[in-house]
Design a protein around this ligand. Structure first.
Ligand code: NAD
Length: 608
């Protein structure tokens, strides 16, 4: 066997970024036990396919590395169901730095590097070493070789080039022009008939596609804050809807599940909206991470104690965010058995990904589930479906007593119906609405309001504070002339932005989200430009819109649920958005199959 020298050298951040695949083999690395890791994926490849997966992985490396890397990657494929290339994890820490710290020839490319590093920051990402930002399988890249190559390309590209990304795989730099996007991303594009859940398992294991979720593979994740605003609006308006704004929010109990990447926003939003909430979470790492970050107030694993405390908070009208450490089905069954009054109910387990760790069935521990989903996938599927039937039965009982339950864009209704749960009306429609259809659509999207977001590339909290102030000033000015229909929206958004710093929502980059319409976005952006020119803001601000925006997403079980002309299963809108934004000045754009609701169930675009 040829002797391959392993590098022992330490290397500066800038040099490591510019280096791409190192000339000397880095020393082997093991996954860090202190971090959360992706569950072992289903063993779906046959012998020949495994050889192909290995060949695909080795194509990133010079042939003299292959003798060492081939058995190592084969071992990773067997142990984890994927080849992550742990050995190639960088020496540098991953987090959003000041834009000027990135070696670059294009400022825009440096901004994108910053956003990528934020998506992989261990304080931000769900399974950082498997390059998963959120949602269990929402990937930035498939492996660390892709990370290294992309950072290198971004560091050397000019404003007359465009980097083309195929599901984490950098196809290369192509000549373009300064007004063209710097990066064009597609994730999970499939021939339509090959877009079932197992197709993702197989083609992802082969190394030829990835699930980009919504803001993971588009590099636009801004931590759970990204969804706090939308969740606050949803919870607040759901509360107003059930009693026409008559009762106080603090006398309302909101019960839901999930303290993961996105779902972790729920208790925070509950507090901001001013209600009492209980959020169930089975994974202690996720629950305590949210407690440490101040996103929930208390973690309790004893149901009696939990429900006792929560009902007291409702009685005394003191908003508080309780986390239940355990299975949400046990929580719902307990509440139903004891006839506890629940006002608002929902669920944000990752049911878009039900068979590989998105939903933990009742009756099994976290560890037992993680083991069973890989070793006995068919039995695990039965357990999930049985659990969903119990889950729905308890919800139905409480809904019968007046609880308002809504689907929270995680395919809960869809997967429950597939599991044979009592979730359908006689005419085949779902018993419960999607939050978009009932709340966000009529109140926000119909008026052009959507998730406008920005990131301060200086990474300086002072700049973020300044942008908050500017945005509030601009909105207050616009509100004076706003039509009556959007006055409530404007007031909610002004309140949101004024409270934003106090609510301490920054995890990772110095970012902000604010629902705004076209007028608000244009005026805020122009005011930021002016402030940068005047030195009031110290460095460029990265502006973005996410998929959840007006016309960004074709998703028949969420954004476009029950569209009145019956077009919910068409996907022209998202594709047109992606193409249109590319020639209307976006710096990077992204088109995904399968954000949020699941592989094969949605097409969406992001643009920044
Ligand atoms: N409504 C929206 O705008 C919106 C936005 C983003 C994500 N989503 C969807 O919401 C879901 C959650 O997203 P995420 O990023 O938080 O995913 P995530 O995987 O990071 O978090 C889900 C959490 O649910 C927990 N969980 C799973 N089964 C459970 C059970 N039976 N009992 C208790 N806890 C359980 C998991 O341990 C995990 O921490 C996804 O399906 C996502 O697509 C909706």
């Amino acid at each position: 066997m040829m002797e391959v020298k392993e590098s022992q050298k330490t290397i500066s951040f800038a040099n490591e970024i510019s280096q791409g695949i190192p000339e000397e083999l880095p020393s082997p690395k093991k996954p860090d036990e202190n971090l959360s890791h992706a569950p072992k994926r289903k063993d779906i490849l046959g012998k020949e396919d495994k050889k192909l997966a290995l060949k695909n992985a080795l194509r990133y490396f010079p042939t003299h590395f292959h003798e060492v890397l081939a058995p190592e990657f084969a071992e990773e494929l067997n142990a984890y169901g994927r080849i992550y290339m742990y050995r190639f994890m960088p020496e540098h820490d991953l987090f959003a730095r000041h834009i000027d710290e990135y070696p670059h020839r294009s400022k825009q490319a440096a901004g994108i590097m910053m956003m990528i590093q934020n998506n992989l920051d261990p304080a931000v990402a769900q399974h950082p070493q498997e390059l998963i930002t959120y949602g269990g399988n929402g990937a930035v890249f498939q492996n660390w070789a892709q990370y290294r190559l992309v950072m290198k390309y971004l560091s050397e590209m000019t404003d007359e080039q465009t980097l083309v990304m195929y599901s984490g795989h950098p196809l290369g730099l192509f000549p373009s022009h300064k007004d063209a996007p710097r990066v064009v991303v597609t994730n999970g594009m499939m021939i339509p008939n090959y877009s079932k859940q197992d197709d993702w398992e197989r083609f992802n294991a082969l190394g030829v596609t990835q699930y980009g979720q919504m803001t993971a593979g588009s590099y636009m994740y801004i931590g759970p804050q990204g969804i706090v605003h939308g969740t606050t609006i949803t919870v607040l308006n759901a509360g107003r809807m059930i009693d026409n704004g008559a009762g106080s929010m603090a006398s309302k109990l909101f019960v839901t599940a999930g303290l993961g990447g996105m779902s972790g926003a729920q208790p925070k939003a509950g507090n901001i909206a001013g209600c009492v909430s209980i959020t169930a979470e089975i994974n202690p790492k996720a629950a305590y991470k949210r407690l440490e970050q101040g996103w929930c107030d208390e973690v309790i694993s004893d149901l009696e104690e939990l429900v006792d405390k929560a009902t007291k908070s409702v009685k005394t009208e003191e908003p508080r965010a309780y986390a239940y450490l355990g299975n949400v089905v046990d929580l719902w069954e307990y509440l139903a058995d004891k006839n506890i009054k629940v006002d608002l109910g929902s669920d944000q387990t990752s049911l878009h990904n039900p068979w590989s760790g998105g939903y933990y069935p009742a009756g099994l521990s976290l560890e037992e589930s993680n083991e069973m989903m890989a070793s006995e996938p068919d039995r695990f599927k039965e357990k999930v479906q049985e659990s969903l039937r119990r889950h729905v039965e308890a919800i139905n009982k409480l809904a019968g007593q007046g609880m308002y339950f809504f689907d929270y864009g995680n395919a809960f209704l869809l997967e429950s119906s597939r599991a044979g749960a009592e979730i359908l009306e006689e005419d085949g429609s779902f018993k419960y609405p999607s939050y978009v259809q009932d709340i966000m659509g009529p109140m926000c999207f119909d008026y052009g309001f959507g998730p406008f977001r920005w990131v301060c590339s200086s990474n300086d909290p002072k700049d973020l504070r300044e942008t908050d102030k500017i945005a509030a000033e601009v909105l207050e000015e616009i509100k004076k002339q706003s039509p009556i229909e959007i006055q409530q929206q404007m007031a909610d958004n002004i309140h949101w932005i004024k409270q934003a710093e106090k609510n301490q929502m920054v995890v990772g980059s110095q970012a902000r989200i604010l629902y705004a319409d076209a007028e608000g976005r244009m005026k805020i952006a122009a005011a930021f430009n002016e402030a940068i020119r005047m030195g009031r803001i110290s460095a460029p601000v990265i502006l973005g819109r996410d998929h959840h925006d007006v016309s960004g997403t074709d998703s028949p079980f969420r954004e476009t649920a029950n569209i009145y002309d019956g077009s919910q299963f068409t996907a022209d809108m998202a594709v047109q958005n992606f193409v249109g934004d590319s020639f209307r000045g976006a710096t990077w754009i992204s088109l995904h199959n399968g954000g949020g609701v699941g592989w094969g169930e949605v097409s969406m675009e992001d643009s920044e």
